[in-house]
Design a protein around this ligand. Structure first.
Ligand code: SF4
Ligand code: SF4
Ligand code: SF4
Length: 384
């Protein structure tokens, strides 16, 4: 057996599987794709030879949403086993079916070049205060590229970056934004391409160390998870990190932010990386609850039971993804919300894409907004 797979079986506790099937019963992919079963893959990892596992196309179908990990009575960390399997599969030339012809992966690999000339600061307008040096860094991530790559979906993920800086400025923070920042590498890592993930990580870590910042703030949950969990694990990175919802929640508790009223109904999507991966459930809800006159209706499956937005790491988007997305949008709509509040740029892209699908009826169409944008637009500026 390949040593990395046997180590992953041990570390993920996969050998404890009792074949109860709770993982498959709760999995959003298995709900629509009956050929996919985490229970079967766990048992294949334990009992079959490695090649059989590594060549199984289903290893790329998992959204790594961690819902099955929450349900597993044996405490098996299925997504850790999945990641280890993908890293080994890449080594023998196996890979996922990349969505959009692999455009996102190509862009990420282009970003591994240290000599790349980027124009990633053009969105910062005169109303936003940023600095070349200081203690706090705002990590922008791939937002400057998403709106161009997915212009046909008509999303504006950069609004969340502008809103994050607006909120930080309101709190008296002028964040550093790095002109030579790169993609955090999240999607390459989860797609099994460790070599290029490492190049991006080492570039970012080097830039950040040279900048001298002491704290990094993220609006993207995937970037946040990558810097909080994966950079420390693989590269010993140890600078303090925070998600913008944590900053907002603290600022509200400390009465540094006062909000205008909003007399409508909203619901909220817990992003997998922010929720189940990092346990941040209360902070976004604190922010929503602080809005005067708002009515917040939870979806039936919320917090650690929330359903993923249907695509992970730009891989394996299919009719099954659309079914997951449309079902989740319907669940949001059933709360009678006027607005579907999100907290991840990928959720914004995938859900809005699904709403343009020919199968999307009015029961699955709902206006979306990023939480950080929603809050930034409601700040009482007179409180400065
Ligand atoms: S829920 Fe856990 S114990 Fe049950 S089949 Fe899945 S991995 Fe095995
Ligand atoms: S992590 Fe999510 S998508 Fe993957 S097997 Fe578990 S429940 Fe299914
Ligand atoms: S849901 Fe739409 S935007 Fe997301 S990967 Fe699929 S096709 Fe692309």
């Amino acid at each position: 057996m390949i040593s990395n797979i046997s180590a992953a079986i041990k570390a993920s506790r996969a050998y404890l599987c009792m074949e109860c099937g709770k993982c498959t019963g709760s999995c959003p992919v298995s709900r629509f794709n009956h050929g996919y079963s985490p229970r079967v893959l766990v048992n294949k990892a334990i009992r079959s030879d490695d090649l059989d596992l590594l060549k199984d196309k289903n290893i790329w179908a998992c959204l790594t949403c961690k819902l099955c990990d929450e349900r597993c009575p044996a405490g098996i960390e299925y997504i850790d086993l999945t990641l280890a399997t993908r890293l080994e599969a890449q080594k023998i030339g196996e890979e996922a079916m990349c969505s959009h012809g692999g455009a996102a992966q190509t862009l990420m690999r282009i970003m591994t070049s240290p000599d790349l000339e980027q124009k990633r600061m053009a969105w910062i307008d005169d109303e936003l205060k940023t600095a070349e040096s200081g203690d706090v860094l705002y990590f922008v991530g791939c937002l400057p590229y998403f709106d161009t790559l997915f212009s046909d979906i008509e999303v504006n993920t950069l609004k969340a970056a502008k809103a994050s800086i607006k909120i930080l400025n309101h709190l008296g923070i002028t964040p550093v934004v790095l002109p030579q920042e790169r993609c955090c590498g999240h999607d390459l890592l989860w797609g099994g391409d460790f070599e290029n993930f490492k190049k991006l990580a080492e570039h970012n870590i080097n830039e950040i160390k040279q900048s001298g910042v002491k704290k990094i703030i993220f609006s993207c949950p995937e970037g946040y998870r990558t810097f909080k969990v994966d950079y420390p694990k693989y590269f010993g990175f140890n600078i303090e990190v925070a998600h913008i919802t944590e900053i907002i929640s603290d600022a509200i508790s400390n009465e540094q932010i006062r909000l205008k009223n909003f007399n409508k109904v909203v619901t909220f999507q817990d992003p997998c990386r922010l929720g189940r991966h990092l346990g941040i459930y209360d902070e976004p809800r604190n922010a929503i609850a602080a809005v005067p006159d708002i009515k917040f209706n939870e979806m039936t499956r919320n917090k650690n039971r929330a359903i993923c937005c249907g695509v992970s790491a730009w891989m394996n988007c299919s009719t099954y993804s659309k079914s997951i997305q449309l079902a989740r949008l319907k669940e949001a709509k059933e709360t009678e919300a006027d607005l579907f509040v999100l907290s991840c740029p990928k959720c914004e892209i995938h859900f809005n894409c699904a709403m343009k699908d020919e199968r999307a009826g009015k029961e699955s169409k709902i206006e979306t907004v990023q939480l950080v944008t929603f809050i930034a637009d409601l700040i009482e500026e007179t409180d400065k």
